[in-house]
Design a protein around this ligand. Sequence first.
Ligand code: ADP
Length: 488
Amino acid sequence: MTQQIFVAGEWREGRGDPMVSRFPADGSINAEFNAAGLADVEDAVAAAEAAWRAPSWRSRQPHERAEVLYRVSELIKSRLEELAAQQTRDNGKPLSEARGLVASAAGTARYFAAACETLEGELPTQRNADFMTLSRYEPLGVIAAITPWNSPIASEMQKVVPALAGGNAVVLKPAEATPLMALKLAELFEEAGLPKGLLSVLPGRGSVIGEAIARHPWVRKISFTGGTNTGRHLAHVAADKLIGTSLELGGKSPTIICEDADLEQAAKGVAYGIFSSAGQACIAGSRLFIHRRRYDEVMERLEEIAGGLRVGHPETAGVHLGPLISESHRDGVAAYVERAREEGGRIRVGGTIPTEGELAAGSYYPPTLIDGLPHDSAVCQEEIFGPVLVALPYDDEDELVGLANDNAYGLAAGIWSADYRRALRLADKLEAGTVWINTYKKFSISTPFGGYKESGLGREKGRRGIQAYMQQKSLYLGLDHEPIAWSD
Ligand code: ADP
């Protein structure tokens, strides 16, 4: 059966261009189908507009909305293996990582179900003589959720669930490379009893379908995760319509190994921070600053660790790095490494496209460690989105902070130090939305996430994650029995 898309509560053939989902490990075809067309956008948004206004969702008690989301969480858990396998086929992540993402997606649904049920308004003033005020949260309306290919199920649930919990409807546009996971999620929400029209999933080209959704006059917020240039463009679209955005964008996150760090723990943490997901993570710790006195030791250890990681077929147990999402993306990563070579960088590990055996069939790239480049080089400044780590020595803390902050992005940072006072002092000075101290790339759904500078606007997750999809209405209740003393 050809893959259908989910529009306005119905499964149907898309009315757009033909679309192919491929397995990045060998280029084989997962699915061929028709993407959404502009007519599907119209239908999806019209159904979403009607559905969020209907009492069947918006006026349902919070605990009743929560029940649907709890059911989604249970369904995800009960189908964990199937969903993880799908995620791996869709974007090439090793199965072990895909399982982790699916489990986190179930946690996201559970967390926002609980937050939905316990969401409270505010009583801003104590009662005064003649009036009291209260402020409550109401839905925004139709939300455009636009997601990237690197962690589909996690990034999609992170937007869809809090938006629905807040009483909104969602039109989800997954990335071109990974349309299948979002369609699978639509099945689960349908099975969990979400009223028709509240969720549509429209795979298609970003510049056509994503753009049409974002520009639609009934769309009241754009929640986007992806590249900074697209995010900036969508911020312009939102500004013209005077609507809000949540933008999770790129990163070039610094990791710092202080002189007093536990080097074994730090080296392993740094390797995990950059090489897991083959570096295809906005939070990848891709710039490494090492105190000069420990530089050689750390680099030797990193060479051993990176050299020992297993690159291979993502369905094989024990593989650390699967393929990159596509050949063209892999070639872009390789071009950065070539540029590093030309600019005098030393490639200490990796740096060549594998051409032997099963690796030749997919878009693989090995863990790569580079040093010897000035901090203003492109490889130190630009997001590569691949398994490429660039290292630099530093001598003192002021110089370090200057270098670490000398970047357009500000998504995350890592600090490895045995001295928490030092680590906290550094954390205060770093321009980043998330700072990991003696750990990296760990996530909690209860902790807000988002970027400084060109890494984004707004925060996702956390108890206020639902309010990000709501607007406040303040009420004044007069308590005085007398007329307002003005015209006397
Ligand atoms: P990445 O670099 O991660 O591929 P993109 O920003 O290109 O990031 O893509 C992230 C998501 O944004 C994808 O779903 C893509 O289709 C979508 N997208 C790209 N261009 C636009 C656009 N002009 N309007 C809306 N969505 C877009």
